[in-house]
Design a protein around this ligand. Structure first.
Ligand SMILES: Nc1ncnc2c1ncn2[C@@H]1O[C@H](COP(=O)(O)OP(=O)(O)OP(=O)(O)O)[C@@H](O)[C@H]1O
Ligand SMILES: [Mg+2]
Length: 113
């Protein structure tokens, strides 16, 4: 099992959810509002002529735990639905997951996903 963590633009969450709705590949996800920066280290905003360093930008973090075989399909779907081609499109991290337990039933791993 793997966890796919995607940091995306806030205005792309609806597109991502729609893409997931169209295919039966994602069985659950966690979404958080986060702050972050990448290579460009945020940007400088001008407020009443004064330069304000904005070093952290609002982003959305989407976490999905899935079977190993589904990782490539889900990653492709994320890219297709959120990519604009401009800087700040976000990043996807894939990490191993040891165990999943469904609290209600006690089912484990593949059965709990
Ligand atoms: N190395 C990293 N570690 C943790 N989070 C990151 C990392 N790089 C990017 N992020 C997260 O992803 C968000 C979007 O990053 P962003 O798309 O700007 O990456 P980038 O490397 O600057 O690529 P681009 O040049 O396309 O902008 C950041 O605001 C941050 O939350
Ligand atoms: Mg960037």
């Amino acid at each position: 099992m793997k966890k796919i963590e995607a940091i995306i633009r806030t205005d792309k969450l609806e597109d991502l959810k729609q893409a997931f709705r169209e295919v039966d590949i994602v069985h659950g996800m966690t979404v958080s509002q986060v702050l972050g920066h990448g290579e460009q280290k945020g940007f400088t905003e001008y407020i009443r002529g004064q330069a304000i360093e904005t070093t952290l930008l609002a982003k959305i973090k989407v976490e999905i735990v899935c079977k190993d075989n589904d990782v490539d399909g889900i990653v492709d779907l994320i890219i297709k639905s959120v990519r604009t081609g401009d800087v700040g499109d976000g990043k996807i991290f894939v990490q191993p997951i040891d165990h999943v337990i469904r609290i209600r039933t006690g089912e484990k791993d593949g059965l709990a996903l």
